[in-house]
Design a binder for this molecule. Structure first.
Ligand SMILES: Cc1cc2nc3c(=O)[nH]c(=O)nc-3n(C[C@H](O)[C@H](O)[C@H](O)COP(=O)(O)OP(=O)(O)OC[C@H]3O[C@@H](n4cnc5c(N)ncnc54)[C@H](O)[C@@H]3O)c2cc1C
Length: 505
């Protein structure tokens, strides 16, 4: 069978770009097709959470994202005014990185091209057909339609996903009860400092009488992102394009004036519609990012979710293309990522209720504020929203199995190294400590897929808890086997087979 490429990725948003980079690291010939001929100029997402910064660090990319970006110490949960605290987590990035989506996409695009993926802008996927060996997609470009045959197709084409629709995959969920308009703009009047929306949204007006609010935060000097939200008051025409007058009218109603809005840079509508695809895979076609889950952008989770879908899928699909994947590896993508998105839909649906200024929810809000002040609750939600506490259901008894590992400082024969450095090539890592002198030998057959890192000690500030003698980590950094502190190899060979396939002969 002749394939034009190994994988076609539909959509060059953050999910598709992250996926393409991961596929290239695994050696897959990757074509990204993007419907828009030019990148968008305005950013939906502005916040990136700790785990996303960590995965960028694992690929040697974090510094590019950190340069020039500011950090927010606390996270936002339902704008209740009590920041989520990240400081006590074992991460080198205990904050929300304030980085516009446009910048994220620029950096990822550069990376994808450097890694050798092909990116065709102004090319939209319009049809697909698959058989047991291949997927044929029809793409419409500036010179008309053409076909590409690949081994796999991944739809990273956003909430309105063409790929999902062509597959006829159901997208069940909840209809909206919040209807908001957004404007990035300047304002000649002083913005009101309102009650109730917390430090993340310092300006605003809360109208319990109207079940509506206006909130704004600064994007850059003199430019604000203003949101005006109404509850249980659907748009007169949901599909109508948004106009400046829509935003002015909403501002006049909620804030009493249009606040002198001018120099409008971006207008958008927003609802709390939340849906999740009933499955993420149909044969040789997979879905990732907004294509398989949409929700209110409360707490800034959507881009992060798509990013981490891609990070979970990339190495697995790469191994399938390379012919080294064990049976069932690709199915673990949906098994692992579906429940994570389910959790995000649940917490954003809860936030959608908490931001509804209906006086009937006042008790709920007050109670939630009390709970957010409790360190245990605050930590639980911070771990959830940042994905730092995520645990995949990976076979194994050890408490670290299925968890991320902090970016350990390791004493090695080459000097002090960070654990993240060993993940730049997107291979598995077997970390061995002196109490496990022999485990490295067991991994010999997986050379090229699993790198062995021998460390004489783990230095401050982080250490695996409980103590271990060795750790086997997948290319996405999650532990798939851990050796007990006293040493031992039980289960290691099985884990190597399960995640990295058969050893080389
Ligand atoms: C107001 C707002 C604020 C937000 N804030 C945050 C935040 O702070 N943090 C956060 O994590 N998330 C946030 N989000 C969510 C975040 O923007 C999305 O989750 C993210 O963009 C999803 O990325 P994606 O790549 O999956 O999809 P998209 O960004 O939608 O990208 C899909 C791409 O596919 C292309 N495409 C579509 N159809 C086709 C086709 N047929 N062929 C080829 N290409 C196609 C599109 O042009 C697009 O470029 C916010 C969202 C909104 C609306």
């Amino acid at each position: 069978m002749r394939y034009d490429v190994d994988v076609v990725v539909a959509g060059a948003g953050p999910t598709g770009l992250m996926l393409a980079a991961e596929l290239r690291l695994a050696g897959a010939r990757t074509l990204v097709v993007e419907r828009l001929s030019e990148p968008v100029e305005f950013s939906k997402a502005l916040g990136m959470h700790s785990r996303s910064v960590e995965i960028l660090e694992m690929r040697g990319q974090a510094q590019d994202f950190l340069d020039g970006a500011s950090t927010l110490k606390g996270g936002n949960f339902a704008s209740l005014g009590v920041p989520l605290q990240f400081q006590d987590f074992d991460t080198r990035h205990p904050y929300v990185l304030f980085i516009p989506q446009v910048r994220t996409e620029q950096l990822l695009t550069r990376r994808v091209l450097e890694l050798g993926a092909e990116l065709r802008r102004g090319h939209a996927l319009s049809a697909l057909a698959q058989d047991e060996e291949s997927v044929t997609v029809q793409i419409t470009g500036p010179d008309g339609p053409y076909e590409v045959r690949s081994r796999y197709l991944v739809g990273c084409d956003g909430g309105g996903s063409t790929v999902r629709k062509l597959l006829d995959v159901d997208f069940p969920g909840q209809e909206p009860h919040m209807f908001a308009v957004i404007a990035d703009a300047k304002f000649s009047e002083e913005l009101p400092r309102g009650e109730g929306m917390g430090p993340m949204r310092p300006y605003g007006v809360m109208r319990h009488d109207l079940r509506a609010w206006f909130a704004a935060f600064p994007l850059e000097p003199d430019v604000y992102r203003a949101t005006i939200a109404f509850f249980d008051r659907p748009y007169a025409d949901r599909r109508a394009p948004i106009t400046e007058e829509d935003v002015r009218a909403a501002l006049r109603e909620v804030a009493g004036s249009d606040l002198g809005m001018h120099d409008v840079q971006w207008l958008s509508r927003l609802t709390d519609t939340s849906r999740q695809a009933e499955r993420y895979r149909s044969g040789r076609v997979l879905l990732a990012g907004d294509a398989c889950h949409i929700h209110l952008p409360a707490g800034g989770q959507g881009l992060n979710l798509g990013f981490q879908d891609a990070f979970n899928l990339g190495w697995k699909l790469g191994a399938v293309v390379a012919g080294t994947a064990p049976d069932g590896l690709l199915d673990t993508y949906e098994a692992e990522r579906y429940p994570v998105a389910q959790g995000v839909l649940r917490n954003t649906r809860a936030q959608a209720v908490l931001i509804d200024p209906d006086p009937r929810y006042e008790g709920l809000r007050e109670l939630m504020i009390e709970l957010l002040h409790l360190p245990e609750t605050n930590r639980y939600l911070a771990g959830l929203v940042s994905a730092l506490d995520l645990r995949y259901d990976i076979p194994g008894e050890h408490p670290l199995v299925g968890r991320r590992v902090p970016d350990l400082s390791l004493a090695t024969a080459e000097g002090e190294r960070r654990l993240s450095e060993y993940f730049h090539g997107a291979r598995g890592v077997l970390l061995t400590l002196p109490s496990a002198p022999d485990v490295a030998d067991l991994a010999t057959g997986w050379k090229g897929r699993v790198d062995v890192v021998a460390a004489s000690e783990v230095r401050e500030p982080y250490a695996p808890e409980p103590e271990v003698s060795a750790l086997l980590m997948r290319p996405d950094g999650y532990v798939c086997w851990a050796g007990p502190a006293a040493g031992g190899q039980e289960g290691l060979t099985e884990a190597l087979h399960t995640w990295f396939g058969a050893p080389a002969a």
